[in-house]
Design a protein. Sequence first.
Length: 69
Amino acid sequence: MNLLLRPLDNVADPVWSVIILVIIAVGLALGYVVYIIGEAFEEIGDGSNDSTKQEELLQLPSDGDQSCS
């Protein structure tokens, strides 16, 4: 049990497992952000955020400034 829960020999030594875990977490978060930005640029370039013909047909026509009676 002393092997798993041994105290640090020098308190000023860095805890490398925590440092490595933080580096991995930052790398994964950066990869996720790059993926989201890439998808956004692809959608902008694709024009897939435009309304389709079916969506245009389903919209109600506008009669300008006439009020509903």
